[in-house]
Design a protein around this ligand. Structure first.
Ligand code: G3H
Ligand code: 13P
Ligand code: ZN
Length: 328
């Protein structure tokens, strides 16, 4: 049976993005696959009073089961309310978003299942096919007041099953036509970010193309822009992982200063997943290494959850600038 996100206490991205663009900050889009990640995200965003986009990928749906994930998101709304009540605050607004929707059917299934926002990722398709597919998803989503993110340009790295060796930067001259013809609510662009922990090679100048971002902004002033692949790969986490038996060689991310710069512009959603994976892995490896006698999952997932929460609080406060904007 179909369920509307409105009955689950979720919101779509429309108003949140308008406020973020105006306020010069970006809303965090954090991926989750399990309970500890979800708890850390809700706690961090409540404590920093940040609006939140909870992301579910196709891989997450396969890993955790889509029914369970949906009820977890519903539980997250109730949990956020409980935390807010205890602190005498209003609950933070929460969006439930499909990350990298691969086709119309997956987007439709999520919309019918209580998601308030979907991404249709037609970025690997020829331009006209991307327009057609995105338009189809928008038509269905908007009937349900669900917002849609499209993508133009291809990020290097791994996205679900697809691996692109090289960036294909978004062409600024295409964005106006794409936005107009598809009716999307936000646009993900490729300006040198990429998925995973290996975003640059040693010796590369680890910079994203803010010049392309500004060129795009000139063509679609005030239109909500999304950055994927925006983990910073904190070197202190890589060090802990490697000191405790891990083997992450030459892992390099996007500088926090560059993300902060981008967040001040029309970039109003920044996707972060890998940094959370690193924080959890570092904390778990440390426990395994230092206390080999432990075998209660709470004894290593608990520290992992705490590390994750601290990481997300730092992002909201110092990188995205979303802290304090939950009730804008
Ligand atoms: O875009 C990729 C996200 O980090 C989700 O990753 O497809 O492995 O769940 P995943
Ligand atoms: P990272 O791999 O840089 O965390 O990017 C995540 C992402 O873009 C999810 O859509
Ligand atoms: Zn992504």
């Amino acid at each position: 049976m179909a369920v509307s996100y409105k009955d689950l206490g979720l919101v779509n991205t429309r108003e949140l993005f308008a406020k973020a663009v105006k306020g010069g900050y970006a809303i965090p889009a954090y991926n989750f696959n399990n309970m500890e990640q979800l708890q850390a995200i809700i706690q961090a965003c409540t404590e920093t009073q940040s609006p939140l986009i909870l992301q579910v990928s196709k891989g997450a749906r396969e890993y955790a089961n889509q029914t369970l994930l949906r009820y977890m998101a519903q539980g997250a709304v109730a949990y956020a309310k409980e935390l807010a009540d205890a602190a005498g605050q209003k609950p933070i607004p929460i969006v439930l978003h499909l990350d990298h929707g691969p086709d119309f059917e997956t987007c439709k299934s999520c919309i019918d299942f209580g998601f308030s926002s979907v991404m249709i990722d037609g970025s690997h398709l020829p331009y006209e096919e991307n327009v057609k597919l995105t338009r189809r998803v928008v038509e269905y989503a908007h009937q349900h007041d669900v917002t849609v993110e499209g993508e133009l340009g291809v990020l290097a790295g791994v996205e679900d099953d697809v691996k692109a060796e090289k960036h294909t930067y978004t062409q600024p001259e295409e964005v106006e036509d794409f936005v107009k013809r598809t009716g999307v609510d936000s646009l993900a662009i490729a300006i040198g970010t990429s998925h995973g922990a290996y975003k640059f090679k040693p010796g590369d100048d680890p910079k994203i193309r803010l010049d392309i971002l500004h060129e795009i902004e000139k063509r679609i002033p005030g239109f909500p822009i999304v950055l994927h692949g925006s983990s910073s790969v904190p070197q202190e986490l890589v060090k802990i992982i490697n000191e405790n038996g891990g083997k992450l060689k030459d892992a390099i991310g996007i500088g926090e200063d560059q993300l902060r710069e981008a967040a001040k512009s029309a970039v109003c959603k920044i996707n972060i997943d890998s940094d959370g994976r690193l924080a959890m892995t570092a904390a778990i490896r440390k426990v395994f290494n230092e206390k080999p006698e432990e075998f209660d999952p709470r004894k290593y997932l608990g520290p992992a959850r705490t590390a994750l929460k601290e990481l997300y609080k730092h992002k909201n406060i110092a990188v995205l600038g979303s802290a304090g904007h939950a009730q804008d």
